[in-house]
Write a protein that binds this ligand. Structure first.
Ligand code: BGC
Length: 530
């Protein structure tokens, strides 16, 4: 096996499928596994190496499947275990690897473990699966990431902890029984043949002993800001031995199974501790996604990324969009009235400029695809899909929307089903019936895949071209150096092997002194040099 085969995850382009919204075979308006199977050919032709599926396990769907009630079964919304096996076999026959989402920080409140805990008495071994505490008031000042307190009280007076929705109780990872149960879950899916896992919220699994207050009450529900003292609910050292054991389990299987942690840990030198050689293979480089798209910020982030991940021998895993943030084609579409893009746009925001956003987004993607390392793409970005302020409140399902009384619109905007065939029906070919759990905005008929297929200069063909070139030049396993004479306040240029990549961040034309290089505003060029 050559090196590229051996270390596939170091250079892989991994495409995130959000099963609810990718393709719907049974026409009920909700995407499903047979739908995914039927469209895998289109992903093969896109030129990706692997897919990651957001959760499709049994779930009451209070947080779109990130509230799992049975880790070893498929939710009937998405099909059956047989449908999963067929999807996996089809993906493998096309040469695509498959990562699945594992959600270990919390279960659904409908999981057997939680139901048993609620039925048992305070102090029982069943309650030891979760964090239960006594008290007349919430046991500490922690707040839910989706808004409101991180504690909910049972009728018997005990409180349980949930860093997300009250329907997502946090597991007690100090309990060896929880640890053993998850090792069995890993084996269940590895035995079925999955190539690995994307692990949800791994940095939340450990809690500081005694569950102390967050030192800053204002920040007790807001995740983590760099430079602050480590909060008691994030990145506790106690989680690392767990992942080392998981890594050993993955390594005991043939075929280089891999795991990517959604470890939202900063600075990058801390994040890199999660991808030491005996822990995760990858972690998403969210610093890159979050960096303002300016030459100065992006250069700093890239330098820090190579330094931090390089120090532990891990690749950087670049990412610009996913199911939790505003699509980058909208994020980059000028002023939308807010500085944060963790939620999509709603009725109180300005509509981002679709043309400008798309131009910048494609240029940003091209700039990123030239970098060595692995890259995650989010379904629909290859079509250039934007988000819209028009998504009406009655359709919104993200718990953030309800828990903040609509103050934060949440993440539904980036989760709208994909348009495949323009105007064949109301869902543009997402299914045969036109139904769609979130309605597509009117503009989506213009972005449908069939309108872009084979059309030179379309977003889809640009992605295909870049992915093919990336593979041909083996860029993922490549090298990196800045080309300083072409870098400025509004431009960055780097070399990866024989490829020179230049990006113009500015709104003016960029021209080199000798006139040989000419870039439009917000443009990236790839120049092959011998
Ligand atoms: C997932 C989210 C989910 C949260 C809680 C995340 O980081 O990506 O979609 O709401 O974890 O499971």
């Amino acid at each position: 096996m050559d090196q590229a085969q051996l270390d596939w995850w170091r250079s892989a382009v991994i495409y995130q499928i959000y099963p609810r919204s990718f393709a719907d075979a049974n026409g009920d308006g909700m995407g499903d596994l047979p739908g995914i199977t039927s469209r895998l050919g289109s992903l093969k032709s896109l030129g990706i190496d692997a897919i990651w599926l957001s959760p499709f396990m049994r779930s009451p769907q209070k947080d779109a499947g990130y509230d799992v009630s049975d880790y070893c079964d498929v939710d009937p919304l998405f099909g059956t275990l047989d449908d999963f096996d067929r999807m996996l076999a089809t993906a493998h026959s096309l040469g695509l690897r498959v990562l699945i989402d594992l959600v270990p920080n919390h279960t659904s409140d409908q999981h057997e473990w939680f139901k048993r805990a609620v039925a048992a008495s305070p102090g029982s071994p069943e309650r030891e699966f979760y964090h239960f505490r006594d008290g007349d008031t919430p046991p500490n000042n922690w707040q839910s990431m989706f808004g409101g307190p991180a504690w909910t009280r049972l009728p018997d007076g005990q409180w349980y902890c949930h860093l997300f929705d009250s329907s997502q109780p946090d597991l007690n990872w100090e309990n060896p029984k929880v640890q053993e149960a998850f090792e069995d879950i890993l084996r269940f899916w590895l035995d079925r043949g999955v190539d690995g896992f994307r692990v949800d919220q791994p940095h939340a699994m450990g809690k500081a002993a005694g569950l102390p207050d967050h030192p800053d009450v204002e920040r007790a529900g807001a995740g983590f800001i760099e430079g602050e003292p480590s909060p008691p609910m994030w990145f506790q050292e106690s989680v690392h031995p767990i992942f080392r054991r998981w890594r050993a389990i993955l390594d005991s299987y043939p075929g280089e199974r891999a795991m990517c942690g959604e470890a939202y840990v900063l600075p990058l030198s801390f994040m890199a501790l999660w991808v030491r050689p005996d822990e995760f293979h990858q972690t998403f480089n969210f610093r890159y996604l979050d960096s303002p798209w300016t030459a100065k910020d992006i250069r700093k982030t890239i330098d820090e990324s190579f330094a931090a991940f390089g120090a532990v021998g891990a690749p950087s895993t670049w990412v610009l969009s996913n199911h939790d943030v505003m699509r980058h084609a909208s994020r980059m579409g000028g002023d939308f009235g807010r500085t944060t893009a963790s939620d999509g746009v709603g009725p109180n925001d300005k509509q981002p400029d679709a043309e400008l956003g798309l131009k910048r987004a494609v240029a940003a993607t091209l700039f990123t695809l030239g970098l060595p390392g692995s890259m995650y793409l989010y379904q629909g970005e290859e079509l250039g899909l934007p988000e819209h302020t028009t998504l009406a409140p009655e359709f919104r399902q993200d718990p953030t929307f309800a828990r903040t009384n609509g103050e934060r619109v949440g993440r539904d905007g980036c989760r709208v089903p994909l348009p495949w065939e323009s105007n064949v029906n109301e869902s543009n070919g997402f299914n045969q019936t036109g139904k769609s759990w979130l309605p597509q905005p009117a503009s989506y008929s213009n972005y449908a895949r069939d309108l872009q297929e084979g059309v030179e200069g379309s977003t889809l063909e640009t992605y295909k071209w870049a992915l093919a070139k990336r593979k041909e030049l083996n860029l993922g396993h490549g090298t990196f150096e800045w080309v300083n004479e072409l870098c400025s306040d509004t431009s960055l240029a780097y070399r990866n092997g024989s490829l020179l990549v230049i990006h113009n961040f500015g709104d003016d034309v960029l021209e080199s002194e000798n006139g040989l290089i000419h870039l439009e505003a917000n443009q990236t060029v790839w120049l092959e040099q011998s």
